[in-house]
Design a protein. Structure first.
Lengths: 296, 195
């Protein structure tokens, strides 16, 4: 059995490591050893579901998951609804805890995105919580709940409209005291579909010729708003998400296939383009929205 | 035949959303929902005759995303703009600040304009427009209608008269085929908007 050791801190900065590992793992069943995880954020949780799905698809049987030993991390995963999703992918030892009451900083528990109704459910669900968190933690105006909901709607629709596969979304507010000295909201949306290159290839690959690849596909969608649809009204979703994230001085990155593109402010040192990653299916979108300047 | 061969109808988008997605909420999100709502609006227009004026009411819509703004607003306008057999005019009511950015983006993307009620009794011309179009539309909005004599007197330049023709062609103003008078759409839906 392959053993894949999950990083102790499973977040935006380490998910590439997890995804790279899972796509290069050898034949045979995989054990995801998460026993020593001490910290996990929405990117980490959702990436673990993606990694499990990749392993399951590749080997034709459910991988095993050893859950974190830390009661704090285990309890947090339970509150975020991780185990309800994980039991559909992994073989889990022992009883699967049900989703408990969310902590006050949970914006959105892990929610599967498979169809139109799921996006409506996400938008409905964040209405009651987003306002309070965006105002009290990020010092955003009360009206920001609308553009925040629109971001979530558009980013989730990316899965339905383009991925041709299922995915998940989750969001949580954190105090990034050491890293940024501010509160942030972290949004993670990931799928195991065909990725940006797969979505755009039929319509756009020919004009790029030899340059066509994951990086050019990401640039085409992220920077130029291209989609697989000829309709000129399409392609606005990601463009407008970028614009709103920039207004809030936030960061957005999208990994798809072997590349990752990003639009990051000066507080984030993520490069605008990374190539040479292991070819992970689907697309993995991470958004970080920081508190307004001066808000500790 | 009256001067205004139009029978304005009111369409409540909020209730269409609830019926379309069987939700208690009036969030106009996702392209699929937008498409369903647009088709429901178009179905209502089918019974409205060859020339129609519709007040599309957004006042019960809380969240409007970019995909729905494209489907419900831009595609609805685009689809009727060049249909000569069925002349449809639209005013969008209950357009509030949380809707504005999404609607403006969708309109500009397709070089469209629309008349919107953005507050009680306050109408604006949203989307793409030239400075002359905006000036002439504002004059028309203030006066309610322009007779051919008004046009000769008040629109001094060729550019302004061309702007009026453009507003009529873009269905942002209505010219009576009987009298040639040009009407502000806002006045024609006044009795429906509750303002």
């Amino acid at each position: 059995m392959n053993v894949l050791t999950i990083p102790a801190s499973l977040d935006q900065q380490t998910v590439d490591q997890l995804l790279d590992q899972v796509v290069t793992i050898g034949d045979g069943r995989t054990l995801f050893d998460a026993r020593h995880v001490r910290w996990v954020d929405p990117n980490g949780m959702v990436a673990l579901l993606v990694a499990g799905s990749v392993a399951r698809e590749r080997h034709g049987e459910p991988p095993r998951l050893e859950p974190p030993e830390s009661s704090d991390v285990f309890g947090y995963l339970a509150r975020m609804g991780f185990f309800e999703q994980a039991r559909q992918i992994f073989e889990l030892d022992g009883r699967v805890p049900r989703r408990g009451g969310g902590s006050s900083d949970v914006l959105l528990e892990i929610t599967p995105i498979r169809a139109n109704d799921d996006v409506h459910a996400v938008v409905d669900r964040v209405q009651s919580r987003a306002g309070a968190i965006l105002v009290s933690k990020l010092d955003y105006p009360a009206t920001s709940v609308v553009p925040f909901s629109v971001i979530l709607s558009e980013v989730c629709q990316n899965i339905i409209e383009h991925a041709d596969g299922s995915g998940w979304v989750a969001a949580q507010a954190y105090n990034w005291a050491r890293r940024l000295g501010r509160w942030v909201v972290v949004i993670s949306v990931m799928d195991v579909g065909r990725g940006f290159r797969g979505s755009l290839a039929d319509e756009h690959a020919a004009r790029y010729g030899d340059r066509w690849g994951d990086a050019t596909a990401l640039e085409a969608a992220f920077l130029h708003g291209l989609t697989r649809f000829p309709d000129s009204g399409r392609g606005q979703g990601i463009q407008q998400i970028r614009r709103q994230v920039q207004r809030w001085n936030g960061a957005i990155t999208i990994r798809s296939g072997t590349a990752r593109i990003g639009q990051v402010p000066d507080w984030d040192d993520t490069p605008p383009m990374t190539e040479g990653l292991a070819p992970c299916p689907g697309a993995q979108i991470g958004i970080v929205l920081p508190a307004r300047d001066g808000r500790a | 035949m009256t001067e205004l061969p139009l029978d304005p109808i009111a369409i409540d988008v909020g209730s269409l959303v609830q019926r379309t997605v069987a939700s208690l909420y009036s969030h106009l999100v996702t392209r699929q929902t937008g498409r369903a709502v647009r088709l429901a609006i178009e179905a209502q227009l089918e019974s409205a005759g060859a020339r129609s004026l519709s007040l599309i009411d957004f006042s019960e819509v809380t969240i409007l995303d970019f995909s729905c703004a494209d489907e419900v607003v831009a595609k609805l306008l685009q689809g009727h703009l060049h249909r000569h057999a069925r002349e449809a005019f639209f005013v969008f009511g209950g357009v509030s600040e949380p809707h504005r950015d999404q609607i403006e983006v969708a309109l500009h993307r397709q070089a469209l304009g629309m008349v919107a009620e953005t507050g009680p009794g306050r109408f604006e011309l949203l989307g793409q427009k030239s400075p002359d179009e905006l000036a002439v539309w504002t004059l028309l909005e203030e006066r309610g209608l322009l007779t051919p004599e008004d046009v000769a007197e008040l629109l001094a330049s060729d550019e302004q008269r061309a702007a009026l023709e453009s507003l009529v062609a873009r269905r942002l103003a209505f010219r009576s085929p009987i009298t040639g008078r040009v009407h502000a759409l806002s006045r024609l839906v006044e009795h429906l908007s509750g303002s």
